[in-house]
Design a protein around this ligand. Structure first.
Ligand SMILES: *Cc1c(COP(=O)(O)O)cnc(C)c1O
Length: 705
């Protein structure tokens, strides 16, 4: 991972959290003050386990692949931990006469040994949270998790409120007999997992987080003391103010960036796993050493001894864990896309500045955000406050929601009525492409938001601007709520007088329809006409929003396009690969398929593992890559997964060196426009066809809010 993306704050806090868990199990201040110990171990230290859930939500949730591998890894870890503590459980007699339902409770909720409950809770909670995220956007998912948390509260710190009640009290007693505790994977973990996931997309500012943390921490202390005073607590893991404390704490921690020790995560996990064994070990060793008073009876001495023993044992086991780790290809080992989040955010701001006051950008992220990868694009743009989006299909809209896009998502293409469920579940706004289609949608009798597409001269999709009655009829259809109207400009990329006239004509037709409808008393909603070139060339079109796609990527469609404005947009994407072989071939040799290239001199050839399946068109024979900042031309045919570069003039070249096909390398630069021209196309096609197998690596994310 890129150093800038390392979450130093989160990683270092893992270690602190592990030692807080040790505190919960050893009560360091008990010898001195029962109240102080309560505040430390039953209140402050209660942040530790939710913190671990939040790291999972932050780093894992939202990606199916990562979630699956997390579940697998945690299941293995749980199995190993069960085995590790089996002898202790047997020795302590915990398993004597265990019935089948009790075994179920132990395995699914309690984890068989007092700290292990975290592992089944992480499994159950993560499975539940990711299921919620599959079905819902993050906020409704969080609402459900919060409701579960409230249910759990009444079986934990607030038990005293329900225990006396006739029906509810009995219900809770039954629940507790099944789960043991309500601080488990069902009632406790999901809310923290989802809060972590939310923070990944959307972090409050540092000042707000600091103030929020201070206030919620005070509330937490007060809440715990009050509950204790009133003797309402059955257990003391769950507080109303705890999710707020965690939200602000994690927000602050995830804002602290920088390299962190690679071992922090493993070390904290080992401390967590091993410390109960070390409690036993310290007790076992204290008497023979004659240190029972200091190491066991004195609570602080005991805590420090257990911490030290756990740290030593964990440090000793770290290398072993490293060897168990699965080996994976590094993401920059073959060919990859480098995406500049700061550039994308800059482009959003720069394009916004072209809009009339109150105007907004509708970010067009079709085809996986023009190759950028919609997930990273949504994250970067959301951080700028984007809340209008457009995609080509309902399926793309669903993905945008999953990646955390909030607000309106407009589906530009026709969605089959059979997929109306998708539109509704992910709250997508459907384009009405014809009156017949609108009638079909309405006949499905399910409420939908729609926007009407007008054909003002492009003749691709939409109701003809001349057919006012048909357009008007859409407003009267039941179940459809019209929230806007738009049209697409056919020739806005050109500034020639003929094309400019045509573009003005399209705009006039569009606004004439809007005015006529208004006169009929219709609320036409948001009006928009401009894609990237419409906005760059005709910024004064009186629209409520503009729909740029390619301009957000910071490139023109073709290098030759001149635009009325160019607000210093920055290219977001670089395409790079790593040389696999370098060889020297004498003059007069044919090279590659069909021996299409014949060396005219002694030639150094570099084999590069990138090909037309990755998006470098087979027709791009005249393309170059940058090696050591110098242009190396493609030699011979481009293959599916490889190509050859003539690196004779590039100085020292070795296997493992980086080649840049789009982007900067030292003094050299190849723009997307240049490569697109070599491919005989425009950047829109080049970028949207970049191979799915290229890892998308987001770099230089801006830290500040
Ligand atoms: C693709 C598309 C856009 C974005 O076009 P760019 O030229 O990439 O800015 C806008 N509106 C509609 C209807 C589109 O299909």
């Amino acid at each position: 991972m890129n150093a800038k993306r390392d979450y130093r704050g989160v990683d270092l806090f893992r270690i602190a959290a592990a030692f807080l868990v040790v505190a919960i199990h050893t009560s360091p201040l008990a010898t001195y003050s029962e109240t102080a110990d309560f505040i430390l171990t039953r209140e402050i230290a209660r942040v530790a386990v939710p913190f671990f859930f939040m790291t999972t939500g932050f780093f894992v949730l939202g990606s199916r692949g990562r979630t699956r591998s997390f579940l697998k890894k945690t299941a293995l870890l749980y199995a190993a931990a069960l085995l590790l503590y089996l002898p202790v459980n047997v020795y302590a007699g915990h398993l004597d006469g265990l019935t089948l339902p009790e075994l179920f409770t132990q395995l699914v909720f309690e984890g068989t040994f007092y700290h292990l409950w975290y592992l089944p809770a992480a499994l159950l909670g993560t499975a539940l949270a990711s299921l919620l995220l599959e079905k819902l956007a993050i906020r409704p998912a969080l609402a459900i998790a919060a409701a579960l948390y409230l249910v759990g509260l009444m079986g934990d710190s607030y038990y005293g409120l329900v225990s006396g009640l006739p029906v509810l009290g009995a219900a809770y007693d039954a629940l507790i007999s099944v789960c043991g505790h309500t601080r488990n994977g069902l009632f406790f973990a999901p809310v923290f997992l989802l809060l972590g996931c939310l923070l990944r997309k959307n972090r409050p500012g540092r000042a707000a987080s600091t103030a929020g943390l201070a206030l919620s921490a005070l509330l937490l202390i007060a809440e715990g003391m009050l509950l204790r005073h009133l003797r309402l607590q059955l257990h003391d893991s769950m507080y109303i103010s705890l999710p707020a404390v965690m939200y602000f704490l994690f927000s602050l921690l995830s804002g602290i960036r920088g390299r962190c020790p690679a071992w922090a995560a493993d070390f904290s996990m080992l401390v967590y796993l091993l410390h109960p064994a070390m409690i036993i070990a310290v007790r076992g060793a204290a008497r023979p050493l004659g240190l029972w008073g200091i190491l066991v009876e004195n609570s602080l001495g005991h805590y420090l001894a257990v911490c030290a023993a756990s740290a030593l044992a964990s440090a000793a086991l770290l290398p072993l864990l490293g060897r168990l780790r699965p080996v994976r290809a590094s993401r920059r080992s073959r060919a990859w896309l480098e995406l500049d989040g700061a550039a994308l955010r800059h482009n959003y701001r720069a394009l916004s500045s072209l809009l009339p006051p109150g105007g907004r950008l509708m970010c067009v992220l079709k085809s996986d955000a023009y190759g950028l990868g919609a997930e990273g694009a949504v994250a970067a743009l959301s951080a700028e406050g984007a809340s209008l989006w457009a995609v080509a299909t309902a399926e793309e809209g669903k993905l945008l929601r999953k990646y955390g896009a909030r607000g309106t998502i407009l589906v530009l293409g026709r969605t089959p009525v059979s997929d109306i469920g998708l539109l509704r579940r992910f709250r997508l706004t459907q384009t009405v492409v014809s009156l017949e289609y609108a009638r079909e949608l309405s006949a499905a009798r399910r409420r939908l938001e729609v926007q009407i597409k007008l054909d003002t001269g492009m003749h691709r999709l939409g109701i003809s601007w001349q057919d006012l009655d048909s357009i008007d009829a859409v407003f009267s259809l039941p179940f459809l709520r019209v929230t806007g109207m738009y049209t697409h400009l056919a020739a806005s990329e050109s500034l020639s007088p003929r094309d400019a006239d045509f573009t003005r004509e399209q705009s006039e037709r569009f606004f004439a329809v809007a005015n006529a409808l208004r006169q009929r008393g219709r609320d036409v909603g948001m009006l928009h006409t401009q894609s990237s070139y419409g906005l760059l060339n005709y910024p004064d079109m009186r629209c409520d929003c503009a729909r740029p796609g390619i301009a957000l990527c910071g490139v023109r469609s073709s290098a030759g396009d001149s635009t009325a404005q160019w607000p210093a947009l920055r290219p977001v994407l670089s395409l790079r690969a790593r040389i696999s072989e370098v060889r020297e071939v004498p003059a007069g040799e044919g090279v590659g398929y069909d021996l299409a290239f014949v060396t005219g001199r002694t030639t150094r050839l570099a084999a590069v593992p990138i090909g037309y399946a990755d998006g470098i068109f087979r027709s791009a024979g005249g393309a170059c890559g940058l090696v050591n900042g110098l242009a190396a031309p493609v030699a011979g045919r481009i293959c599916m997964d490889q190509l050859l570069l003539d690196v004779t003039g590039c100085g020292e070249v070795h296997p493992g060196d980086t080649v840049t096909f789009i982007g900067r390398d030292g003094a050299g630069e190849i723009s997307a426009e240049e490569l697109a021209a070599r491919c005989g196309t425009i950047t829109n096609e080049l970028l949207s066809r970049l191979g799915r197998r290229l890892p998308r690596i987001w770099v230089s994310e801006e830290d500040g809010e």
